[in-house]
Design a protein around this ligand. Structure first.
Ligand code: 13P
Length: 253
């Protein structure tokens, strides 16, 4: 059985005081939730503060980062390493987000290095895949996600891939208020699961968590979660408010 996972990607938002407040409010609102894994991904500057809060208050909330470098240490000005994240008890890291691909020119090769580094440091990558509007209109969605997936997973072992989380985020649905139709998202996610099965084993595919991301809200989350292949959500804007994020986490009502 795949346990649903709902992750909040705060992107470049929240000062320390705002982030602490958000996690405190959220932990109160979701304290009775046991059947969903909850992850927050704050910006680097406040990971330590949120990590300390989680360590002391022990809410049912796990910590993720939004990016990282692939090397453990070295002359890479401005970068953050997997070792540094591990040091703060970070359990997840978002990799290959379309904003990283688009604004910071991250290639599939760079993403592959980061994915392998995450596994090496026992941090679960939340690997983002998704087509642009142009690619979708050209009927290339399956081809694009296959390419992104296989390149990101080059050299990854069967043991490692068991700790992978995939987020299907169509680029045109991110931050636009125009979410995908749940059945369409499910079709692509079913395809992604089949690709995992072909590259690894049917058993691994069956257990593979695949999330949907792109304009998820408290109003539409339930429609995604009824789809058989959608195991959760990667939420941007709607994760920045404790009440709205808690409503998404409590999608069962
Ligand atoms: P929105 O939920 O704001 O559309 O962002 C989705 C996203 O990019 C999560 O990683």
């Amino acid at each position: 059985m795949r346990k649903p996972l709902i992750a909040g990607n705060w992107k470049m938002n929240k000062t320390l005081a705002e982030g602490v407040r958000l996690v405190q409010d959220l932990s109160y609102l979701v304290e009775d939730v046991e059947d969903v894994d909850i992850v927050v991904c704050p910006p680097f500057t406040i990971l330590k503060g949120i990590s300390t809060l989680i360590e002391y208050d022990k809410p049912n909330i796990k910590l993720g980062a939004q990016n990282m470098h692939w090397e453990q240490e070295g002359a890479y000005t401005g970068e953050i390493s997997p070792l540094m994240l591990k040091d703060l008890n970070v359990e997840f890291v978002i990799l290959g987000h379309s904003e990283r691909r688009r604004y910071f020119f991250e290639t599939d090769e760079i993403i592959n290095r980061k994915v392998k580094a995450a596994f090496k440091f026992k941090i679960s990558p939340i690997l983002c895949l998704g087509e642009s509007l142009e690619e979708r209109e050209a009927g290339k969605t399956f081809e694009v996600v296959q390419n992104q997936l296989f390149k990101a997973l080059e050299g990854v072992s069967q043991e490692e891939v068991k700790h992978l989380i995939i987020a299907y985020e169509p680029v045109w649905a991110i931050g636009t208020g125009k979410s995908a139709f749940p059945e369409d998202a499910n079709d692509t996610i079913r395809h992604i699961r089949a690709l995992i099965g072909s590259k690894f084993t049917p058993e691994i595919a069956k257990n593979q968590l695949v999330l949907y991301g792109g304009s998820v809200t408290p109003e539409n989350i339930a429609e995604f979660m009824v789809e058989p292949d959608i195991d959760g959500a990667l939420v941007g804007g709607a994760s920045l408010d404790a009440v709205s994020f808690s409503r998404i986490i409590k999608f069962r009502g």
